[in-house]
Design a protein around this ligand. Structure first.
Ligand SMILES: Cc1ncc(COP(=O)(O)O)c(C=O)c1O
Length: 330
């Protein structure tokens, strides 16, 4: 669906430059690879096709480490006194990243998980030394439970009225991914496809491309599971709406409510929203695997969406946001 409220003159400020330096200072940091996929480009009819491969990012199998590391670092700077417990809700990857960086920074973590998170993803959070609390129900219920715990330091990757500082930092943390793409791409991108759950990564993409001198040069496209399409429903309604969600293998995208901070970016800055099914994503994951890119279900969603769109001749970037170690694709 084309966003009827898109304003091509809309601009916004870029993320603070200090974040790139922070990530560079972390042990184990190196830019993830940008892989060109000429055969898939030919098959889909696009000009040049690239995949940003987040299957190994700061020792974790998803991009989420970029946001969690920066937000925890900044939050701990404001804390005085002894150790704290870091709390969050997750559909898998964010919680694992929070647990990992809580441990790296010498703190405890308590992670709330809804129904439908893969047992291997839950075990991976436990393996980081965090306590896991299961909240029966959908992702939104887990977020409510974590926010209601009021026990420790909440590091949530979605915003709502009155809870904005930390989610804004998480979005800022994702800016490193786009800065790397700029350095790696041999030609400017005409289109970027972004998997969307609550829309925080999408917000980071929009902040990046819409803060440039030519803010409409790169079309930004959101990709959601057809059973959890809160960005699409909100764009159609012209205001944020919450949707009921159903089961999907794209666990990281299984969210019913758009982040309140992301909404203004989406409303004016997003070009297109697309939805994909589990079956389409399985096919896309197999195609990526055949070309040496290890993609979990969320990571394969952009290629599945590209098959619906196939912008002839364009230079396209797919954000492959997770590997199969984050979330098995099959
Ligand atoms: C692998 C993966 N891709 C994409 C997303 C979407 O990010 P956001 O919820 O910020 O839209 C997530 C969120 O958990 C994820 O885990």
């Amino acid at each position: 669906m084309i966003n009827p409220h898109r304003d091509p003159s809309w601009t916004c400020p870029p993320a603070p430059a200090e974040i790139r330096d922070f990530h560079r200072s972390l042990p184990g940091y190196s830019p993830t690879r940008l892989v060109e996929l000429p055969e898939l480009a030919a098959r889909t009819g696009v000009g040049r096709l690239f995949a940003k491969d987040e299957s190994s990012r700061l020792g974790l199998p998803a991009f989420k480490a970029l946001g969690a590391s920066w937000a925890i670092h900044r939050a701990l700077r404001d804390v005085t006194g002894g150790p704290v417990t870091i709390v969050t809700a997750t559909d898998g990857n964010h919680g694992r990243a929070v647990a990992h960086f809580a441990r790296r920074f010498g703190q405890r973590a308590e992670i709330y998980v809804p129904d439908g998170v893969h047992p291997a993803a839950i075990q991976a959070i436990r393996d980081e030394g965090a306590a896991v609390i299961h909240v029966p129900g959908p992702y939104d219920a887990a977020v409510e439970a974590a926010a209601g715990a009021r026990r420790g330091l909440l590091i949530q990757d979605t915003a709502w009225d009155g809870y904005e500082e930390t989610p804004a930092r998480i979005v800022d943390g994702y800016s490193t991914l786009f800065a790397e793409i700029d350095e790696q791409l041999p030609v400017p991108a005409d289109m970027v496809l972004v998997p969307a759950g609550v829309g925080s990564l999408l917000q980071a993409a929009l902040a990046h491309y819409r803060s440039r001198p030519d803010p409409a040069a790169t079309r930004v496209v959101s990709v959601e599971p057809s059973v959890a399409a809160c960005v699409s429903a909100s764009v159609a309604a012209g205001r944020p709406v919450t949707v009921a969600t159903g089961p999907t293998r794209m666990a990281g995208l299984n969210c019913g409510t758009v982040s309140s901070l992301a909404w203004p970016y989406i409303h004016r800055g997003l070009d297109l929203c697309l939805t994909v099914t589990d079956a389409e994503v399985s096919g896309a994951a197999r195609a990526l695997a055949a070309h040496g890119v290890d993609a979990g279900p969320c990571g394969a969603a952009p290629l599945a969406a590209l098959n619906l769109l196939a912008p002839a001749g364009a230079t396209v970037v797919l954000l492959v946001t997770e590997g199969t170690a984050a979330n098995p694709a099959g």
